[in-house]
Write a new protein. Structure first.
Length: 319
């Protein structure tokens, strides 16, 4: 048997290392791909997936043999938490960037939290403030001067507010009746009644607080800028020069996105209640920042909004 020369042995080792490295290479791109998809999935959608996983595993536990039931029960409790934790970890580079720019302990703690969570806390505080302003009958903040693009005159937001209020008033007696029929222990009934009352009261405050913030709602075309404002949900200004074109939307936003092959992360929904009827297509190099759900973010390529008269906006942008 011929002897291997030192160079041949070294080449064998190098080839073996290269082969092992080649086999390990797909792991990194797949990890980056998973993180990319998690970042583009909204927290609301991921929470829905977590709830769905919990119920599916719960049904599987009922149908599985008794030996597998404990494992499926534990998995049903852990998997939703793992999904939410993975989503949070996928945004870790952003959190590190916010942490470096933060000053003070409070800012550092806030920087490590998901911006959507911090935004919801701010939104809750603003809704309570709006409710107090509604009780005082305080006038809303003055909007900028310019052409008002209203979205309440022909929309269904007012009807939605009325339906929500009626539903809240009807919910309490129904909840009381059902709880009294289904729960015998008085202490447990009291706890359920208190939780239900807090939920109804919070919903009541949010509905009226949002109504005060939306007020006589309108976006405004002033000079060469489109000022967007839907209460405290969405606020910001888009230069008309940053708008490439305006498209009409005559279907549900989900179907519109599927038909155009657009990911939901590349769109922003700006409407108080109604389905959008037009889409602002921003230029690829547009550097526009909007405040959406109290989270400041760069505007995506497509901004979907509802206005009573979209033709006014189309004519102004086309001109």
């Amino acid at each position: 048997m011929p002897k291997k020369l030192p160079g041949q042995a070294r080449r064998v080792v190098i080839d073996s290392d290269h082969h092992d490295a080649t086999r390990r290479m797909p792991a990194a791109p797949s990890l980056h791909t998973a993180a990319f998809h998690l970042r583009r999935t909204s927290w609301t959608a991921l929470a829905g997936y977590a709830v769905l996983a919990f119920f599916v595993l719960g049904l599987a536990k009922r149908a599985a043999p008794d030996a597998l039931a404990p494992a499926l029960h534990k998995l049903a409790l852990v998997l939703p938490l793992l999904l939410l934790a993975a989503k949070d970890l996928s945004h870790w580079p952003d959190a590190l960037g916010r942490l470096r720019a933060a000053q003070g302990w409070g800012s550092r703690v806030t920087a490590l939290l998901p911006p959507e969570l911090v935004g919801m806390v701010r939104l809750d505080r603003l809704m309570r403030t709006g409710f107090l302003q509604w009780l005082r009958r305080s006038p809303p903040a003055a909007r900028p001067e310019g052409l008002a693009l209203t979205y309440l005159q022909r929309g269904a937001y007012g009807s939605a507010i009325g339906i929500a209020m009626v539903s809240l008033f009807l919910e309490m007696p129904i909840d009381i009746l059902l709880v009294n029929l289904m729960i015998d222990d008085p202490d447990t009934r009291l706890v359920v009644h208190v939780v239900a009352a807090v939920g109804v009261l919070t919903s009541f405050i949010w509905v009226l607080g949002d109504r005060w913030h939306v007020a006589d709602g309108a976006h405004v075309l002033a000079d060469d800028v489109l000022h967007l404002r839907v209460g405290v949900r969405t606020q910001g200004s888009i230069p008309l020069a940053a708008i490439e074109r305006i498209e009409g939307v005559k279907e549900a936003p989900e179907r519109w996105r599927r038909r155009h092959g657009i990911h939901s992360a590349d769109t922003l929904l700006v409407t108080p209640f109604d389905k959008p009827n037009c889409a602002l297509v921003l230029k690829p190099d547009a550097d526009v920042t909007l405040l959406h759900w109290q989270v400041r973010r760069r505007a995506p390529r497509y901004v979907l909004l509802y206005v009573d008269r979209p033709e006014l906006l189309s004519r102004r942008v086309a001109g």
